[in-house]
Write a protein that binds this ligand. Structure first.
Ligand code: XUL
Length: 525
């Protein structure tokens, strides 16, 4: 019998599904459902609910449940062999939280297939909306928790990261301070990933060590809830958090809701989900320690795998548990494609090909011109007041400004990833902007490293499907090696190799010092 596994990715703007056939090592189905387009009644923009305060970014758990219904209906209509799926796993946008009351357990256990999944949530949400990773409204709470935990270095070495506005702990603290009644009525706090896993399993699901590390609440080394962090965050938190467990671990059978409504295999295993970045690590095949990938998307993320836990003393980067054992590091630069697009609009450049041609008109190093492209508050380096700054750069010179944004973003990645102390032999790149050769050449030159492109549009959902397979095989007492499991699903695009140019490498080695000084000056201003 064929062995099919389903992976779901509940990300910021969409819900995606990938089905793999483990024996032929093929992706046999993939689909994405865009929230704004498929569910316009929720009135989200790019997956976010409108809010007058630009620092507040929330979304809706009802939207995520409605999307799950719609995606299963689409899979059924598309003739996906749901009856043959052996296990389902998934991942979610990290840090976002869902607040459920004491009726949730019973409601999840008895999900009614005659009603929509959204309707099944009636009366169980202790908070209507969910703060998500784009929220930056908790600076005060970050300070308070960090202070109680003994400062940046200690917070990072304990929980894997310094406190960050988008991390769940500071978000919970703000909720408890501003809506104490609703907080008191909260019986269960879930992450986006564990909320979706709970719907699939029909019970409160554990949080995994990958996504759990994005909360400022988990002890990164011991992999259990850290009581000092819980105490520093909000009262009574111990009782509201679920168990921590390995991603992919089987937690039971899928809820009969999906069996009756969509014909999902009644024997299919429901498993623990993880965060979208840990799942991408699997989907990109980054299993060996020291492997590095950069995802060039709405935000740019730089991630790699480590066998030993090493945290960032400066508190800019994060360490999460990797779903493939060990640890992964992550640095999130919020102004990724967002900033690149803003520059393209600003200089009225028709497309990225033209943009690349302009970049080629100026030499590596941009004759000393530097641009700091913080159109939105930046996560790394921490910038609360957005704004762009130019140093020795003529605002009227379109070509120099195009090169400047590419160089600044890549130099920033090099500067802020130094704490990881990994000297990769090659860097894999993925995401929308990874087809831009001009950008990749600058990346190769700045990092002095070979760059290879991996073209997987749904690396997180693929990782989730592999996680489902791993969990199912482990529950079946089969000894399964991650390296063997991921083999064949991911390969660099043939001919996508970009090698560093020796002359440019020297230029960027020098330029890094000036770039760092400009960042420092801009942060002081
Ligand atoms: C990671 C982060 C983002 C979200 C995007 O820390 O905040 O990458 O996970 O979904």
């Amino acid at each position: 019998m064929a062995r099919f596994f389903l992976g779901l990715d509940s990300s910021t703007q969409s819900l995606s599904a990938v089905v793999i056939d483990l024996d032929s090592r093929k992706v046999i189905y993939e689909k994405s459902l865009n929230f704004d387009q498929a569910l316009p009644q929720f009135k989200t923009r790019n997956g976010v609910l409108p809010n007058r305060d630009p620092l507040i970014k929330h979304s809706s758990p009802r939207l995520w449940a409605a999307a799950l219904d719609q995606l299963f209906a689409t899979m059924k209509n598309d003739g996906v062999a749901l009856g043959k799926i052996l296990a389902v796993s998934g991942c979610g946008q990290q840090h976002g939280s869902v607040y459920l009351n004491q009726k949730a357990e019973a409601a999840l256990a008895g999900l009614d297939p005659q009603e929509s999944l959204e309707k099944n949530l009636d009366g169980i949400l202790a908070r209507k909306t969910s703060p998500i990773w784009m929220d930056s409204s908790t600076t005060k709470e970050c300070c308070e928790i960090r202070k109680k935990l003994g400062g940046i270095k200690f917070t990072a070495s304990r929980t894997g990261s310094d406190t960050f506005e988008r991390f769940t702990g500071p978000q919970i603290r703000k909720f408890c301070k501003t809506e104490p009644k609703a907080y008191a009525q909260t019986a269960h706090i879930a992450l986006v990933s564990s909320f979706m896993a709970s719907l699939l399993a029909g019970k409160i699901a554990p949080i995994d060590f990958g996504d759990g590390a994005g909360m400022n609440l988990m002890d990164i080394r011991r992999k259990n809830w850290n009581h000092d962090a819980l105490k520093a965050t909000a009262p009574g938190l111990t009782k509201k958090l679920p168990l921590l467990a390995d991603a992919g671990r089987v937690i039971g059978r899928v809820s009969s809701y999906f069996v009756q409504k969509y014909g999902l295999n009644p024997e299919a295993s429901a498993t623990v989900w993880t965060g979208d970045n840990p799942a991408s690590v699997l989907g990109l095949g980054l299993i060996k320690p020291g492997q590095v990938a950069i995802s060039l998307g709405t935000s740019d993320t730089f991630f790699g795998t480590m066998d030993k836990c090493q945290t960032d003393e400066n508190g800019e980067g994060h360490v999460f548990g990797s779903p493939a054992d060990g640890y992964m590091t992550l640095i999130c630069f919020k102004n990724g494609s967002l900033a690149r697009e803003k520059i393209r609009e600003l200089y009225k450049i028709s497309d990225w090909k033209k943009f690349g041609e302009l970049v080629a008109q100026t030499p590596p190093g941009n004759n000393g011109g530097i641009l700091l492209p913080w159109f939105e508050p930046e996560i790394v380096p921490r910038v609360h007041q957005p704004g762009i700054r130019r140093f020795d750069l003529d605002e009227q010179d379109a070509a120099a400004n195009c090169r400047a944004i590419f160089e600044a973003q890549m130099l920033s990645m090099r500067l802020h990833s130094q704490w990881m102390q990994v000297a990769p032999e090659r860097i894999f790149v993925t995401g929308g902007a990874s087809s831009d050769r001009a950008l990749l050449q600058i990346l190769a030159d700045v990092m002095n490293c070979r760059v290879l492109r991996i073209e997987i549009s749904k690396s997180a959902a693929l990782g989730a499907a592999l996680q489902a397979a791993h969990g199912w095989l482990a529950a079946d007492c089969q000894d399964v090696k991650w390296e063997k499991l991921v083999a064949g699903f991911t390969a660099p695009v043939p001919g996508s190799d970009i090698l560093p140019n020796k002359k440019a490498v020297k230029v960027y080695d020098e330029m890094l010092k000036k770039y760092a000084a400009c960042e420092y000056e801009a942060q002081l201003a």
